[in-house]
Design a protein around this ligand. Structure first.
Ligand SMILES: *Cc1c(COP(=O)(O)O)cnc(C)c1O
Length: 359
């Protein structure tokens, strides 16, 4: 069986060393030394001043909206994982979708201004597959119209734009450390900011809003445990190797796929990429579904990431049109990419796909 992704698990003895430490201290959660130590290591690795470890990427998005006091309408991308939209809805805000650019698949910044109304308070955009949004354009629009900018950076771990950490743009960036992501803590996430006061507010938000008996603000439980942090300590030293391996797999796909009949999203040259996903855009939904069938017959499981286009979610109150996202979401697939995937399997997958697309 070849799944779309496979969680990287470190040697068990290494994780067990951390377990021994946890058993010795008896400290299992509530911002213990493994969690705070991991925050420091992640700040170093990512090159950011303040990182708050959280229990998931979704809770990171929700806390971001809360601490930025986002209300009313939120301009957002239709091409992302459902959590980007669901967290906006969960915080009782109204998502206003702006269509994506056909090459980068990120929100089309040139169309944002037309969607702004007096109710708009924020922009929530996703660096989809680790491809940067048009951060400069978005920043100047936000400045002009006094909007908050929150990035869903769930795919952006380690990505750099012109040498700068991609997670350093916007007011806040939300990361996911879910088991399916490049760097993981089994479940987990984080918020990144360069504003120390905001980092403190996030800390309070994730710890019920109080310090001992002093209740300072409204909070929730968004902490992560020592057992999760321990996994992060084991995975982080290997993340550069994980990226390198994925780069080799990506190269092998590009080399062996028949690129006359399919496209890849465009990663600009000024981006240091993380190869977290390997998305392929086919010419039609029928071809994409034929590819799924051909691969599944061989027990290979690509995924329809991301489908459906989020403006089409059935529980939205009104239907907004995003023709580019709706079209691309029907014919894009993510191919298997993970540490142990062999180059021979990549070649086999490419050959199976070439047979379908050249039919
Ligand atoms: C995975 C993901 C999330 C949610 O993160 P969790 O840690 O699973 O809650 C949010 N947005 C995007 C784009 C994701 O891929």
């Amino acid at each position: 069986m070849i799944p779309v992704t496979k969680t990287f698990l470190p040697p068990r003895q290494e994780y067990e060393k951390y377990l021994q430490q946890i058993w010795k201290t008896g400290w299992v959660t509530n911002n213990g030394e493994l969690a705070t130590g991991l925050e420091e290591k992640l700040e170093d690795y990512l090159g950011v001043p303040h990182l708050q470890l959280l229990s998931s990427g979704t809770i990171a998005l929700q806390i971001a909206l809360k601490v930025m006091d986002v209300k009313g309408e939120v301009i957002t991308t239709p091409f992302s994982y459902v959590a980007t939209t669901s967290s906006i809805l969960w915080e009782n805000c109204h998502p206003v979708f702006v269509d994506i650019k056909p090459k980068s698949l990120t929100i089309n910044a040139d169309k944002i201004e037309a969607a702004i109304t007096p109710e708009t308070t924020a922009i929530v955009a996703t660096h989809i597959y680790g491809i940067p949004c048009e951060v400069e354009k978005i920043q100047s629009i936000a400045y002009e119209h006094d909007l908050k900018v929150i990035y869903d950076a769930a795919h952006a771990f380690g990505v750099k734009l012109d040498g700068k950490p991609l997670v350093s743009f916007g007011d806040l960036s939300a990361l996911s450390f879910h088991a399916t992501k490049l760097f993981h803590t089994v479940e987990g996430g984080a918020l990144v900011t360069d504003d120390e006061a905001l980092a403190e507010k996030i800390f309070l938000s994730k710890t019920f809003g109080h310090k001992y008996n002093e209740h300072i603000q409204l909070g929730i439980n968004g902490k992560n445990s020592e057992l999760h942090a321990a996994m992060g300590h084991c995975v982080l030293p290997r993340v550069d190797d994980l990226i390198e391996k994925r780069k080799q797999i990506s190269r092998a796909y590009i080399e062996h796929l028949d690129t006359d009949n399919l496209q890849f999203p465009h990663v600009p040259a000024n981006v240091k990429y993380n190869y977290g996903y390997f998305p392929v855009i086919f010419e039609s939904e029928k071809i994409a579904l034929d590819v799924v069938e051909a691969l599944e017959n061989k027990d290979i499981h690509p995924r329809r990431y991301f489908y459906p286009s989020l403006n089409e979610l059935p529980y939205l109150s009104n239907m907004q049109l995003c023709p580019i996202s709706s079209d691309i979401s029907t014919r894009i697939l993510c191919l298997p990419i993970y540490q142990e995937l062999e180059i021979q399997s990549v070649k086999d997958i490419a050959e199976l796909i070439n047979l379908v697309v050249t039919d």
